[in-house]
Design a protein around this ligand. Structure first.
Ligand code: SF4
Length: 211
């Protein structure tokens, strides 16, 4: 495994281990807490399917180009890993381990499989990615769609951008307070994101509080 895969591997193993450690009732509680985020992700998927599905299929999927799923190019957050783990069974998590050890397409994202992405809930960064050519084509044809996308992007920030208490920070702090440490805990590792929190006066939520 290369450095990127090793980093992902460590985060996946740690998240799986900590979710076992907290036990089923707490896992159920976390699942309830992420449910607004999953509803948002459904909204994103519906929007993309309605307005971009045909374009993406034509420009990328049909010819296996998958230009957006580039090798080691996706910034994955700890919360992405946890949310996906909460929505995966053991076999699905094993499939991700397999993808990290033996990627199917060496020149593409390690997680790309025959049927597309092997995550159950793709990282937010992937879900929100639109390539320039397709985005320009769709937005130029309909400014209303562009306005909808702007609103969706703003909503995505409400889950991840830490200028206020957000789910992604909460899921980092929750597991940090158990002693978990991952380089994917960007909100509490990245000097830039720590500065955003500091300037906004956001303090970390504590372990048993909801975001
Ligand atoms: S994680 Fe999934 S959606 Fe994101 S780049 Fe990799 S294969 Fe594509």
């Amino acid at each position: 495994m290369n450095d990127y895969q090793t980093e992902q591997w460590n985060a996946l193993l740690l998240a799986s281990q900590l979710l076992i450690e907290i036990g089923a009732p707490e896992v159920d509680r976390l699942k309830r807490e992420i449910s607004p985020y999953l509803a948002f992700r459904d909204q994103v998927d519906r929007f993309l399917k309605a307005h971009f599905g045909a374009h993406c299929n034509q420009s990328c999927y049909a010819n296996s180009r998958s230009a957006c799923c580039s090798k080691d190019g996706i910034i994955v957050f700890w919360a992405d890993v946890v949310i996906n783990a909460l929505n995966s069974d053991e076999a699905q998590l094993d499939d991700l381990k397999q993808a990290l050890q033996n990627p199917l397409m060496g020149r593409k994202c390690t997680y790309l499989g025959q049927q597309g992405c092997r995550w159950q809930v793709r990282p937010l960064g992937c879900a929100m990615f639109l390539c320039d050519p397709v985005r320009d084509r769709v937005f130029q044809a309909d400014k209303g769609i562009e306005a909808q996308w702007t609103a969706i992007k703003k909503k995505a920030q409400d889950f991840r951008w830490p200028d206020k208490p957000v789910l992604f920070d909460y899921l980092e702090v929750y597991f940090m307070e158990m002693g978990g440490r991952s380089t994917l805990m960007h909100i509490n590792n990245s000097p830039g994101l720590l500065r955003v929190k500091r300037q906004a006066g956001v303090s970390c939520p504590s372990l048993r509080r909801t975001p």
